[in-house]
Design a protein around this ligand. Structure first.
Ligand code: PEP
Length: 251
């Protein structure tokens, strides 16, 4: 049985004191019998402090990005080793905002995934089609292309540390959620693709999260689908109350 993951992507929100407040509230309100893995991904400036607040709780820490080189003259970038040194276990890679606003290519994302797994970080590898691609009937093709390119050269052993997040670009931050059926269809497709690329056991074990306007009122119906193993939550993770409600929806 795959354990669900509820991950909060804070994006460029919450300064240090706001981060402390949010994490205190999440901790206070976490369900006692937690059945899901809970992951918070604050901005870089809050990682260390948040880590010190959650280290004795089941909540895990992730970063929102990293660079693929070990160190050097890469002004403004952060390495895998730096993330590990402040307690990160996960890192979001290939988020559509990185792809579309910052021009990250599949090749760059692939290098980042390789670097993350080499350094013992679990990548949350995001893929998703735009509205135009969906309307032109290209959603499956785009997802297959992103996954194939993103995972090039990743061994089956390394892949066991990868979490995939399906995030249709048209549903991120727009209030438009994919219906549970639309999301399930793509998640099933991704699992079949992983089975072809690796093995049926890798396909059965990989956790595939849905992201795109997940809210307390739609989380349960999405999370009930067979191939949806959790949620990557943006807007609704910025308030402890709604984030905890989504955690509760995971069972
Ligand atoms: C995200 O950024 O990963 C996301 C899913 O955002 P939102 O929940 O706000 O759509």
């Amino acid at each position: 049985m795959r354990k669900k993951i509820i991950a909060g992507n804070w994006k460029m929100n919450k300064n240090l004191s706001e981060s402390i407040n949010l994490v205190s509230e999440i901790k206070k309100n976490l369900p006692e019998n937690l059945n899901a893995d809970v992951l918070v991904c604050p901005p870089f400036t809050s990682l260390e402090t948040v880590h010190s607040m959650i280290k004795d709780t089941p909540v895990k820490l992730g970063a929102q990005n990293m660079y693929f080189e070990d160190s050097g003259a890469f002004t403004g970038e952060i390495s895998a080793n730096m993330l590990k040194s402040v307690g990160c276990e996960f890192v979001i890679l290939g988020h559509s905002e990185r792809r579309h606003i910052f021009g990250e290519s599949d090749e760059m994302i692939n290098k980042k995934i390789k670097q993350a797994v080499k350094n013992g970080l679990n990548p949350v590898f995001c893929v998703g089609e735009t509205l135009n691609e969906r309307e032109n009937g290209r959603a499956f093709e785009v997802i297959e292309d992103q996954i194939t390119k993103g995972l090039t050269g990743i061994s089956e052993d390394e892949f066991s540390n990868v979490v995939i997040a399906y995030e249709p670009v048209w549903a991120i931050g727009t209030g438009k959620t994919a219906s549970p059926e639309q999301a399930q269809e793509i998640h099933k497709f991704i699992r079949e693709l992983i089975s072809k690329m690796y093995s049926t056991s890798s396909a059965e074990n990989v956790r595939i999260l849905y992201g795109g306007s997940v809210k307390p009122n739609n989380a349960a119906s999405l999370l009930n689908e067979n191939d949806i193993d959790g949620a990557l939550v943006g807007g609704a993770c910025l308030q402890a109350e709604s984030f905890v409600q989504i955690i509760e929806a995971a069972g």
